[in-house]
Design a protein around this ligand. Structure first.
Ligand SMILES: NC(=O)C1=CN([C@@H]2O[C@H](COP(=O)(O)OP(=O)(O)OC[C@H]3O[C@@H](n4cnc5c(N)ncnc54)[C@H](OP(=O)(O)O)[C@@H]3O)[C@@H](O)[C@H]2O)C=CC1
Ligand SMILES: CCCCCCCCCCCCCCCC(=O)OCC(=O)COP(=O)(O)O
Length: 310
């Protein structure tokens, strides 16, 4: 046995590890080359994950178009990016476009401005979004619409405005930052979970339809991230939630998640879950044992109602 181990298994093992390592290295080099000088549009770049994505894409030499509603925050980010010299590759001063994703006219104008300025878009990262907290019975349909407009109709409108130029070039990559709540629905998040399920469905359809043009579609579904998402969430009556939940505080750092987003885009992944074990398992449970999953969610709703005395 010792003889077999030393003469056959170990060299085979090291050989496999070597090939795997080489494969990973090649993947990494190809990913970096794919992103260098690429025109990358990032929505929701003023804060949280979008801001950190801006930093990692900038550092690999992408030509950034940073989008958001707050022009001052975008200017500050551009100042911060251009002031840092911590990268070996040639970087490009980002361009900024301010618009609200709930305004269809502004989206069309923003897309036209970007195309006029850069001639094309290589990668669109649909990151901007808002969350929601509330019971369905208390929530006005206006609130449902606001969440859908920001998280679903806005991103798909921007995607549609940029797609024709990608199709013409037979080149492009659309990224949707969804959520684990695009795969499973948890109580008191109806509008948010619905908007993320719609996102998942739309971009899955898009991926299939765009294959003939060699346009890539990546849907990324993160678990909790420590950002302003919860504090900026809207409630049943449309007011701001204003609280940073414990789950948000305990979430992953947006710096790390942005690195995972960069890697997923560089590898042209189609569908990525960036969550801890329990939420990831919950996705499988929802498919394999839906009855059990629904009981767990009902119990979660009972507990939450009790803790809030509603
Ligand atoms: N944080 C988390 O736990 C998770 C987040 N996600 C997703 O990640 C994405 C980024 O969120 P995150 O960074 O966490 O949250 P933040 O609240 O920190 O960032 C949200 C971004 O979206 C922008 N935005 C919101 N509404 C609009 C609008 N109407 N028009 C244009 N831009 C808008 C905000 O810009 P402005 O400055 O204009 O408000 C801001 O830049 C979202 O899609 C979210 O659903 C997914 C899973 C988990
Ligand atoms: C085989 C055993 C399986 C055990 C499964 C147990 C089920 C556990 C349920 C876990 C639910 C996880 C919910 C995760 C939600 C999440 O990560 O959402 C990300 C967000 O988008 C956060 O937004 P929010 O506004 O809700 O903070």
């Amino acid at each position: 046995m010792d003889f077999i181990t030393s003469t056959a298994i170990l060299p085979l093992l090291f050989g496999c590890l070597g090939i795997f390592g080489l494969f990973r290295l090649l993947q990494w080099v190809r990913g970096k080359a794919y992103l260098r000088n690429a025109v990358v549009v990032i929505t929701g770049a003023t804060s949280g994950l979008g801001r950190e994505c801006a930093k990692v894409f900038y550092a690999v030499g992408a030509k950034l178009v940073l989008c958001g509603r707050n022009g001052e925050a975008l200017e500050e980010l551009i100042r911060e990016l251009t002031a840092s010299h911590a990268t070996k590759v040639q970087t490009h001063k980002p361009y900024m476009v301010t618009f609200d994703l709930t305004d269809p006219g502004a989206i069309v104008a923003a897309a036209a401005e970007i195309l006029q300025c850069f001639g094309c878009v290589d990668i669109l990262v649909n990151n901007a979004g808002i969350s929601y907290r509330g019971a369905i019975v208390d929530t006005t349909v206006d609130v449902d619409k606001r969440v859908m407009e920001t998280n679903y109709f806005g991103p798909i409108a921007l995607t549609k405005a940029l797609l024709p130029s990608m199709i013409k070039r037979r080149q492009g990559h659309i990224v949707a930052i969804s959520s684990i709540q695009g795969k499973i629905s948890i109580p008191f998040r109806s509008a948010y979970a619905a908007s993320k399920h719609a996102t998942q469905a739309f971009f899955d359809c898009l991926r299939a339809e765009m294959e003939q043009y060699e346009i890539e579609v990546t849907v990324i579904s993160p678990g909790y991230i420590h950002t302003n998402l919860s504090v900026n969430a809207i409630t049943a009556d449309g007011s701001r939630y204003g609280v940073t939940d414990k789950t948000t505080v305990q979430g992953r750092s947006p710096v790390e998640v942005a690195q995972d987003v960069l890697a997923a885009v560089g590898k042209k992944k189609k569908d990525v879950i960036l969550a801890d074990v329990l939420p990831s398992l919950a996705v499988y449970l929802r498919t394999l044992a839906p009855g059990l999953f629904f009981s767990l969610m009902a119990s979660r709703a009972r507990k939450e109602r009790k803790s809030k005395n509603v």
